[in-house]
Design a protein around this ligand. Sequence first.
Ligand code: TXA
Ligand code: MG
Length: 320
Amino acid sequence: MSQILPHARIEPVNDTSIALAGDMLRHGQLVAFPTETVYGLGADATDDRAVAAIYAAKGRPSFNPLIVHVADPDDCAALVRVDDRARLVMARFWPGPLTLVLPRAAGSPVSLLASAGLDTIAIRMPGHDVARAVIRAAGRPIAAPSANRSGAVSPTRAEHVAESLGGRVALIVDGGACRVGVESTVLDLSTERPTLLRPGGVTAEQLEAVLGQPLACPHQDPEAPKSPGMLASHYAPGLPVRLDATHAAADEALLGFGAMDCTLNLSPSGDLEEAAANLFAFLRRLDERDYRGIAVAPIPETGLGVAINDRLRRAAAPRS
Ligand code: TXA
Ligand code: MG
C-alpha cells in the first residue's frame, strides 16, 4: 500500500515567498528551491537537527556528504579554507554548476552531519537568482542535495519535488524548470592533484584549462570506486568501535541511545533524528579522550536508524 502524503505547499517566486523561505530555513525547516541544475532540498547547514531532517526526508540508507550552498564567494572564508587554486576556479565558474571540495576551516560552523563527518566540505554558489535570494534571506549557508527521495530521478520542476517529497518539505519555491537539468560538477581541491569526483555542466577540459594541469578522474578508472559518495574517505574514529553494547568494558566509552547510563547519549528519548544530528559530533568527542574503545548501544534499524547503523558498521569494520 502506498503511503498517503500531505500535500506540499508550493509558492511562486515573489518577495513574500522568498522571505518566508528564509524564515523557515532559520527555524530549522526544509525548503525546496530551484537552482540552475536541479531543485535542492535545503536546510540550515549550521544546524545538525535541520540537516538530519534532510536525510530523513530523502530516505537515504546512508549519510552521503551534502553540498553547502552560498550566495557569495566571500561567504566561503568562514566555512572552508580557500587557496589560490580555489580562488581561480571560483572567479571563472561561479556562480554556476561547479562544486568545490575544500578543507573545513578551523571553527567552521557547518554541521558535521552535513559533511558526513569528513574534514572537507563541498561548497557551491548556484547560478540561479532564486537560489541565491533564498540563501540570502536565510542568512546562513544552506545544505541541499537534490530534492527527491533516494533512488528517484533528480527533480527539475517544482511538481517533481511535490510528487517525490510531498509534505516532507515545509515549502517549495516554484521557479519553473531548471536550465541545466543535471547536477553540478564536483571538483576535489583538498588533494594535491585536483580530482574530478562527479562530471557535470562544467567540463574537465574547461577546468584543466584554468588550472593549467590535468585532473585526476577516478570515475573513468575501472579500478576506482564507482560512486562519488564512496570516494569520500569515510570518517572513522581512531579508537575501535564495538556495536550492540549494553555496558561499557573497563576503559571503554559508552555511546548510548534511549534511557540508559552512558558516557554520551545520542538521544535519551530514543529519537532517531536527534541521534543522527549528534552522531558525528559525539563520535569525535569520545575519540578525543583517553578511552580504549567506543562501545555503542543498539540503534533500531528503522527510518534514520538504517543510515546511522550503516555508518556505525563502517566505523566498527576491521581496519587494514
Ligand atoms: O547540482 C547540484 O549539485 C545539486 C543542487 C541542488 O545544488 N545538489 C546535489 O547534491 O547534487 P547531492 O547531495 O545530491 O550530491 C552531492 C555530491 C555527492 O556526489 C557527494 O558524494 C559529493 O557531492 N560530496 C559532498 N561532500 C563531499 C566531500 N566532502 N567530499 C567528497 N565528495 C563530497
Ligand atoms: Mg542527488
